[in-house]
Write a protein that binds this ligand. Structure first.
Ligand code: UDX
Length: 469
């Protein structure tokens, strides 16, 4: 094979949900198309072991990864929104990004910069070095459509979206109630909103947008996006990183051994993503609801968010020692025959692929949703933050593969409701219908990724562009 000429610099914003699909994408570029890749990882805290091991799983002869010098966020107020951190992690890394881009263009004849949805501030630096900027969109076509329409909505909608009496209608998408829109849109006076809007305005400057979805999942939204190809959009999904990680080894063997002992198609997997958790009351209620359902479960539980760290953050620490003292008294004992509780991390991709897994109670992060699709596992949709409520709409109303538990006005879901949806998903007629539907989407996912499938074609178009620009 010829030595690689075309080089891709990938700048993910912090977080596993952004890194995971880009790792799968990079793997295909280097193993099937002879590209070389440099991951540029912006950091404000040291990268986690999980992030490191995912990057280290890539072939080291053609993939380099550079941790950009940590940026300082100490000046930001305590109540700063997560999206602000994500965007500023990129913005404040621009000086080091410039230095690296300069060195890459001196070494490779063609360099492309690929950022995710919060990284468009880097476009300017790319243009300075004649590097073509692209976006890898890690979420749904519906969410991409929202980003592309945001500048127009900003000018035409008055007041807060959450006060709108009519849902927001995006071309080809299920209508979205204002309260379910991407979190930073809920307060237009907040810096997070302004940063997201700034990103959205730069979307049209991209040379192309690579979308981690495919037509059978969101036909209306994708057709509408492809009708107005400015910039061109490439639906290449599902890009799902299924490879086991090095540091999953111990927990993997424990929980996969437990799954092995359960009857086929009997277990509900419960996990709320890489960063989310609930209040103490809600966690206790989830425990009681699972118990009441009488179904088998494998639950990755995290400390409730009242247990804040000293700096006020509500994010759990993956290195914390397991402790389940916040669960209801006697719960672990009473459910030990039917349930396994883990903390704080599980080999999700392997669990969803296991034949004992029958359902997934999920926060609806888009990677988790795609992992459900490729494994044909129906969902209890329980969104927490970011664009997860929009994803829940896609799963339950567009794809019709998820049940959404009914919550009280304050968002609290009662144990009776939890038990009802879990039973219905695992044992009920409704669950059977959802399973059939997601089974068809699983087949569609395999087809679209096959040599003549639509996602493969879109992927090859990107490859051809990057090799020839
Ligand atoms: C957030 C958003 O909600 C998501 O939609 C967006 O696209 C990225 O940022 P996150 O909470 O990271 O996502 O969830 P998700 O997108 O589902 O990604 C989590 C990844 O971590 C998945 O690939 C999942 O398999 C993995 N994971 C999570 C584990 O392997 N083990 C765990 O215990 C939890």
């Amino acid at each position: 094979m010829d030595p690689p000429q075309a080089h891709i610099a990938i700048l993910p914003s912090p977080g596993l949900g952004h890194l995971n699909p880009l790792v799968d994408f990079a793997r295909r570029l280097v193993t099937d198309h002879n590209f070389s890749v440099t991951f540029l990882i912006p950091t404000d805290v040291p990268p986690t072991q999980t992030e490191k091991s995912i990057l280290e799983s890539l072939p080291s002869d053609s993939v380099d990864h550079i941790y950009l010098p940590p940026v300082n966020m100490d000046d930001l107020p305590k109540d700063t929104k997560f999206v602000t951190f994500l965007t500023l992690a990129v913005t404040r890394s621009l000086p080091s990004l410039r230095t690296i881009l300069k060195s890459l263009v001196s070494r490779f004849s063609r360099v492309t910069l690929l950022v995710d949805l919060f990284g468009t501030e880097a476009f300017h630096a790319a243009r300075e070095f004649n590097v073509a900027p692209y976006i890898f969109y890690t979420s749904t076509a519906m969410d991409l459509s929202l980003f592309l329409h945001m500048p127009h909505l900003d000018e035409t909608v008055s007041g807060e979206y959450r006060h709108l009496t009519e849902p927001v209608r995006l071309p080809g998408c299920v209508p979205i109630p204002g309260t379910e829109l991407f979190d930073p849109l809920q307060d237009r006076t907040n810096d997070a909103y302004k940063l997201v809007l700034g990103n959205a305005k730069r979307f049209r400057e991209a040379e192309g947008i690579i979308l981690n979805s495919f037509k059978e999942l969101e036909p209306g939204a994708i057709e509408a996006l492809l009708r107005n190809p400015e910039p061109p959009i490439y639906p290449v999904g599902p890009m799902v990183n299924m490879s086991p990680r090095k540091n999953d080894a111990e927990s993997s063997s424990l929980c996969l051994a437990w799954l092995e002992k359960q009857p086929r198609g009997s277990v509900l997997f419960v996990s709320f993503g890489s960063g989310g958790t609930h209040s103490l009351e809600q966690i206790k209620e989830i425990a009681l609801g699972l118990e009441m359902s009488g179904q088998r479960f494998l639950w990755v539980v995290r400390k409730p968010f009242q247990v804040k760290k000293e700096d006020g953050t509500t994010y759990f620490d993956r290195n914390e020692k397991p402790s389940f003292d916040f669960l209801p008294d006697g719960f672990l004992d009473r459910t030990k025959e039917v349930g396994m509780v883990m903390h704080p991390w599980a080999p999700q991709a392997q669990i969803l692929a296991h034949p004992s897994t029958a359902g997934f109670m999920s926060h609806c992060g888009w990677n988790s949703s795609l992992e459900s699709v490729v494994n044909g596992v129906p969902v209890v949709a329980w969104p927490l933050y970011a664009e997860q409520k929009m994803n829940a709409i896609v799963l339950s109303e567009e794809m019709k593969v998820a049940l959404r538990p009914k919550a009280r006005e304050n968002g609290f879901v009662e144990k009776e409701e939890i038990a009802k949806v879990v039973k219905s998903l695992i044992k009920g007629e409704e669950g059977k219908e959802l399973r059939n539907r997601i089974g068809k989407l699983k087949e569609a996912a395999a087809k679209t990724l096959s040599p003549h499938g639509a996602s493969t074609k879109a992927f090859l178009e990107v490859v051809a562009k990057w090799k020839n620009q």
